[in-house]
Design a protein around this ligand. Structure first.
Ligand code: SF4
Length: 201
């Protein structure tokens, strides 16, 4: 994917913000960034499975963008097979049920790298991610990867601990009627959510 967006000519620093879903994007976009940066949202989440769930989260992101009157770039191609293959290849031994820390690191890296690459390609000054809002993600790992990828692509990774707005984000998502997911996103997290624990083997 080689998404290109028009530069706005605005004088505010331009930031591309990765949006993992609607609810988690509210605080990063609305409260912390909108008044200080010329922001664009970026939906790139090949981890989400199944297709019906992918569509729900994509729709929620578009709804939020409408509420906030911001432009978004959406990668709408659904390709979970490539994601799972890439993840397994990144983990030594290619386990049948990848452990959470290894698979999440790959997952963060995949999404952040595409955000950094797209931001760099389109002349943004910085990039960030709604992953920094979630209490369920490995915050330090997201931060570490973001900083490293910023160096790799020559673009600033904007870091802020958006978790401080946790309850405000939840309340706002309910007021907006945004779709609120029940599991993190990948097929493995779905199994863990509904089966309680990963299968053996
Ligand atoms: S649990 Fe969440 S962060 Fe981890 S791999 Fe699955 S979708 Fe990605």
């Amino acid at each position: 994917m080689e998404p290109r967006v028009k530069t706005s000519g605005a004088r505010s620093p331009r930031m591309l913000v990765h949006m993992c879903c609607g609810p988690c994007s509210i605080i990063p976009l609305k409260s912390a960034l909108k008044d200080r940066y010329d922001i664009r949202g970026f939906f790139h989440n090949p981890n989400i499975h199944p297709y019906s769930e992918f569509q729900k989260r994509l729709s929620a992101v578009k709804t939020l963008a409408g509420y906030l009157s911001i432009e978004i770039i959406c990668d709408e191609e659904y390709r979970p097979t490539a994601f799972v293959k890439g993840m397994k290849a990144s983990i030594p031994g290619s386990p049948k049920f990848p452990p959470k820390d290894s698979r999440c690191s790959f997952c963060y890296s995949t999404r952040l790298e595409e955000t950094a690459r797209t931001a760099s390609l389109n002349g943004f000054d910085s990039f960030s991610s709604s992953l920094l809002y979630s209490r369920y993600q490995d915050h330090e790992e997201v931060k570490r990867l973001g900083v490293d990828l910023g160096k790799k692509y020559g673009i600033l990774f904007y870091y802020e601990d958006f978790r401080e707005g946790w309850q405000d984000g939840i309340d706002a998502s309910k007021e907006m009627g945004l779709y609120r997911q029940k599991y993190c996103g990948c097929a493995y997290s779905r199994i863990e959510r509904y089966a309680g624990e990963p299968p053996q083997g």
